[in-house]
Design a protein around this ligand. Structure first.
Ligand code: PLP
Length: 374
């Protein structure tokens, strides 16, 4: 008897659930013809702002551009230091290098995978003492859980640094009843298909309450345009979100609150089934997660991963190498003492299938497989 393959992320069930609504939304754009900056783009920005409580929303081509647009708008450049966690997806540090500034790698907390505030403070001091000019910090809400903004924001403020939150994995999550999208100067998110809120291609957004910043971001998104289309007042990029993707996101946003609850139920079931045999994810008090990933920390990760593979249970390793150790990034500095926690996590993490449509019987099969492997 063969069991059907388990998807790591199941976008097909969601697609079936949306049915003809998403077909019609896409076709409407195909027929009205405003493929670039069409009415759905404006409507999506309005709905996203309403969803999280941010005053301004700028949709854009992808999450990496969302991060990069803010750095461009802030005029970040050579000699500037921007503090990023070592344990994250490459884009967080990549955008700092884009603008010629120096990413300084900060270690993360063992139990929640997010930027360690004490190591951030030490790293800022180290950067100043070593001739760099600290200008900003980019905490990442890794795997869907908000970073410790209560501890990090006061550090940033005391040092007069701006804070941009990399919420590519966490849009929809909350910290003390405040939604992701409202912490610090700006928040960047991604609508890559595998993110908790994903479109059918690339997409992203920036959230801010800052009236001046949003004007500059709007200009940079479209080639640094001024008040007229062919007036260019600064260096910009082509960073727009396609109207078709906005139409898809408007449909998916309707399901999103329900999907967030479903993700939480899946995570709870994993916790209940695995907490006695593995280190399961830990949410800090007052935080919710949208569970972009459900990630275990294991003593013998590679053995467990191999056993899962043999049982046709897909797993993934986010992330196998700290950014500070990557060939393209190892010439950039790390804070004092290096990033030992990021190194340990890279060797021990294993992410399990996670999506809102994971049926209990399938999930139990995954849990049993992992338990046996351990
Ligand atoms: C996915 C991701 C990004 C980049 O988003 P894209 O839309 O793929 O450009 C940035 N940071 C983190 C933490 C991510 O997970």
């Amino acid at each position: 008897m063969t069991t059907p393959p388990i998807p790591f992320i199941d976008l097909k069930t969601q697609r079936a659930r949306m049915g003809s609504a998403v077909d019609e939304a896409i076709l409407k754009v195909v027929n009205h013809g405003a493929y670039i900056m069409g009415p759905e783009v404006i409507e999506l920005e309005r709905q996203l702002g309403e969803f999280c409580g941010a005053k301004h929303v700028l949709s854009c081509a992808n999450g990496t551009d969302a991060l990069g647009l803010v750095l461009m708008a802030k005029g970040v450049g050579p000699g500037d230091a921007v503090f990023v966690p070592a344990f994250t997806f490459v884009a967080t540090a990549e955008v700092v290098a884009w603008v010629g500034a120096t990413p300084v790698f900060v270690d993360v907390d063992e139990d929640n995978f997010n930027m360690n505030p004490a190591h951030l403070a030490a790293s800022i001091k180290w950067a100043r003492d070593n001739g760099l000019r600290p200008v900003g910090v980019i905490p990442v809400d890794l795997f869907g859980q908000p970073a410790d903004y209560q501890a990090i924001l006061p550090i940033a403020e005391a040092e007069e640094l701006w804070l941009m939150s990399d919420a590519a994995q966490s849009f929809g999550a909350k910290l003390n009843n405040r939604a992701v999208g409202t912490f610090g100067l700006a928040t960047a998110t991604s609508f890559f298909p595998a993110k908790p809120l994903g479109c059918y291609g690339d997409g992203g957004a920036v959230f801010t309450d800052d009236d001046e910043l949003i004007e500059v971001l709007r200009s940079i998104r479209i080639h640094g345009q001024g008040s007229d289309k062919y007036e260019n007042v600064r260096i910009g990029i082509n960073g727009r979100l396609d109207t078709i993707q906005a139409a898809v996101l408007i449909e998916k946003l309707k399901l999103f609150p329900d999907e967030i609850e479903a993700r939480d139920r899946v995570a709870s079931r994993y916790n209940a089934g695995l907490a006695d045999v593995a280190r399961v994810p830990h949410l800090r008090a007052g935080t919710t997660s949208v569970w972009a990933q459900y990630t275990l920390v294991l003593n013998d990760r590679d053995k467990v991963a191999a056993a899962c593979k043999a049982a046709n249970v897909p797993t993934a390793i986010y992330y196998p190498i700290p950014l500070s150790h990557q060939l393209g990034y190892k010439h950039f500095p790390t804070g004092p003492g290096g990033v030992p926690v990021s190194e340990r996590l890279s060797a021990g993490v294993l992410s399990l299938p996670m999506h809102p449509y994971l049926a209990p019987d399938v999930q139990d099969r995954i849990i049993d497989t992992v338990r046996q492997a351990i």
